[in-house]
Design a protein around this ligand. Structure first.
Ligand code: ZN
Length: 140
């Protein structure tokens, strides 16, 4: 892992900060938290459950497929405590109508502990029970 010479926070390969071995806040002389651990940040993409959509892709007599699309966030290298929206992650699930079962067709990347998948499963199964597997389902 590349890290800042001053505060040890992670640096992303291919960035100007990495070539200088100095994070942007340190390079701009911005103060470091007194809690050294707080300065050592590591990049990691995470999904935003509140910013997730469910869109029906297919609907047949036996199953329906839904795309789960979640916003992806990571650390913002320009600041010590902010995050940056770096895109979306999409997975696909199939609900088997007769069994009320969910099968993963395409895995949702960056979904730690399947938090978003579990919520999407609840929403889709509730919609199945209610008899309304609509084109879009609200996740939150
Ligand atoms: Zn630094």
């Amino acid at each position: 892992m590349l890290s800042c010479d001053v505060c040890k926070t992670e640096l992303l390969e291919g960035t100007e900060a990495a070539s200088q071995m100095r994070c942007i806040p340190c390079g701009e002389g911005r103060s470091i938290s007194r809690d050294a651990e707080q300065n050592i940040r590591r990049f990691k993409k995470v999904l935003d459950l509140k910013n997730t959509r469910l869109d029906r892709l297919m609907d047949t007599a036996t199953f329906a497929d839904y795309a789960i699309t979640a916003a992806v966030w990571d650390l913002d290298p320009r600041f010590r405590s902010r995050h940056l929206n770096v895109g979306t992650s999409t997975g696909v699930v199939r609900v088997i109508k007769e069994r009320g079962a969910i099968e993963v067709v395409y895995p949702l990347a960056y979904d730690e502990d399947d938090v978003v998948l579990k919520r999407a499963t609840q929403v889709i199964l509730a919609a199945l029970e209610g008899g309304a597997l609509t084109e879009q389902l609200a996740i939150s």
